[in-house]
Write a new protein. Structure first.
Length: 518
């Protein structure tokens, strides 16, 4: 095509973003998915192209509070293991180029596929733009990059987009490329907001913490906090959540200690809103108040309990309407009040994993009825009262969350299967698999370690995934290591105890080797 490509060629015939014409075009593209799912997906030798767009198309100001967030586009590198399908081509897009050593690390994990063969079927494209903006927005601004994506689609009739989340930006990208998205229509995203989730849980008959949704300003937040305190006079804490918060970064805690009774309560609450305890680092009341006005919020009772867990259940609705429970996890949380996602353990505790899977399935069925497609997760908080567990549904994540990439890695590495009847995962040989995963191995003395250094450390200390035993360690977020001193890890073993042991060993090794650097 050479120099014949022009901007006019790319956009003249494309509808305006959000227009009725774009919406109709998107629905037409999505109609391709059911036959593709029936005919192409089950056939491992069927030619196909998967365009991976790991854009975090979420509130960028909140995202900027997360250390190393520019490298979160690497979390979907687990999908490179789709190259084990011998006729599959992948196009992977990023804001900045990914070092070849990181790509090589993932390709060497492929079982039974020569690295050279896989690399020929992989196209890496980057915007060369590190600005704190959604990757998809950057792609849409670059017509020549769009053309290179089109040229890399080897099988247009069997191509689809795989995205971290699907916003209006991804819908526009799909229409301009002429490729459907295996993911949720952005018109349904309000179902996954904090307010939408509470409404849907009530519809599905699930118990949620006492609270109020659809709050649009600080006055509404004040009134909601006042109402909660009046309904539960002994209430100690409440949580305020931004509707579009991410990994707990949009949450804050309000403390009722010293609250007066009667008519003075509302004025007292309003005077103390600027002192909210924010989960996101460096958040201010002025910025948070602006976010409440822009996206809305909910207020909920903070669920207290001496023995408390935060499990989640993951589901998938496929293009022909099939609904599958695909995993459960116990979330590992941190931050000032333990609301920020740090990692997860698979499977969730056997004391409640099937209970939350069953409960979440009620909400998942409602989501399917509304037209939701692809991966999503439902978060719970579970409290033990000394006799039994009580489960409260907290929120819906209509995207590939922090539990998605570790589980996909496990599936691709082992070819194993999740059994929803037991909540356990087994390899084809019948071996059980568990893991401990984290996105937040972080320490100042990790800074300066390059991807090549990490690979050397892993090799010298035996920190790899061993295909024969179906156990070992896999790293991710490797690009964040040198600048931010941060990376992720998935530690796979045959028991939860051994998985945690692998994690502990990995952490000790990194601490030892990182300290030597200093």
């Amino acid at each position: 095509m050479g120099n014949s490509f022009t901007l006019t060629d790319a956009v003249t015939a494309t509808p305006d973003p959000g227009s009725p014409e774009e919406l109709a075009a998107f629905q037409g593209l999505q109609a391709r998915l059911p036959p593709m799912f029936r005919e192409v997906f089950p056939n491992r030798r069927a030619p196909r192209t998967v365009i991976i767009v790991p854009s975090l198309s979420l509130d960028q100001e909140v995202m900027a509070k997360i250390a190393g967030v520019p490298h979160y586009e690497e979390r979907l590198l687990c999908l490179l293991l789709l190259l084990r399908l011998p006729c599959t081509h992948i196009v992977y897009l990023t804001s900045r180029p990914i070092p070849e050593s990181i790509i090589d690390y993932y390709l060497h994990l492929l079982p039974g596929i020569p690295t050279q063969h896989a690399r020929r079927r992989l196209t890496l494209l980057a915007c060369h733009d590190s600005a704190p903006r959604a990757l998809t927005a950057k792609i849409l601004e670059r017509p020549r990059l769009m053309q290179r994506i089109r040229e890399a689609i080897h099988h247009p009739e069997a191509a689809h987009l795989a995205c971290y989340n699907v916003s209006d930006l991804e819908r526009t990208l799909a229409v301009r490329l002429g490729v459907p998205i295996y993911g949720c229509d952005p018109s349904l995203l309000p179902l996954g907001s904090k307010s939408g989730g509470r409404r849907l849980f009530r519809e599905a008959g699930l118990q949620t913490p006492d609270g109020v949704e659809d709050l649009g300003d600080e006055q509404a937040v004040t009134e909601a906090l006042c109402a909660l305190k009046e309904r539960t006079p002994g209430l100690r804490r409440a949580v305020v959540k931004l509707n579009e918060g991410f990994s707990g970064e949009g949450n804050s805690i309000f403390h009722f200690a010293g609250a007066p009774d009667g008519a003075e309560l509302a004025r007292w609450i309003q005077s103390r809103l600027p002192a909210l305890a924010f989960e996101a680092r460096d958040m201010t009341w002025d910025a948070y108040r602006a976010k409440i006005r822009a996206m809305g919020a909910v207020v909920e009772v903070f669920v207290e309990g001496r023995k408390k867990r935060s499990p989640s259940a993951q589901y998938r609705v496929d293009p022909v309407g099939g609904l599958q429970a695909i995993s459960t996890h116990d979330q590992v949380l941190g931050g000032p009040t333990r609301q920020i996602f740090l990692g997860c353990r698979f499977p969730a505790d056997d004391a409640y994993r099937l209970d939350i899977q069953t409960a979440g399935l009620k909400a998942a069925k409602v989501l399917r009825q509304r037209g939701v497609l692809g991966h999503f997760g439902i978060d719970f908080v579970c409290v033990h009262d000394g006799r039994s567990w009580h489960h409260y549904a907290l929120e819906i994540n209509l995207r590939r969350g922090g539990t998605t990439h570790p589980f996909l890695m496990l599936q691709f590495l082992t070819d194993g299967v999740y059994d929803p009847a037991s909540g356990l995962f087994h390899t084809p040989a019948g071996r059980p698999c568990c893991y401990y995963a984290s996105d937040n191995l972080q320490a100042p003395h990790y800074r300066g370690l390059t991807p090549e250094d990490l690979i050397d450390i892993a090799v010298l200390n035996g920190l790899h995934f061993h295909g024969a035993s179906q156990q070992g360690v896999v790293f991710h977020l490797i690009g964040a290591l040198s600048e931010f001193g941060k990376l992720g890890v998935v530690c796979v073993a045959d028991t939860p105890e051994r998985a945690i042991g692998l994690y502990t060993e990995t952490l000790a090794t990194l601490d030892r080797e990182g300290s030597r650097l200093g």
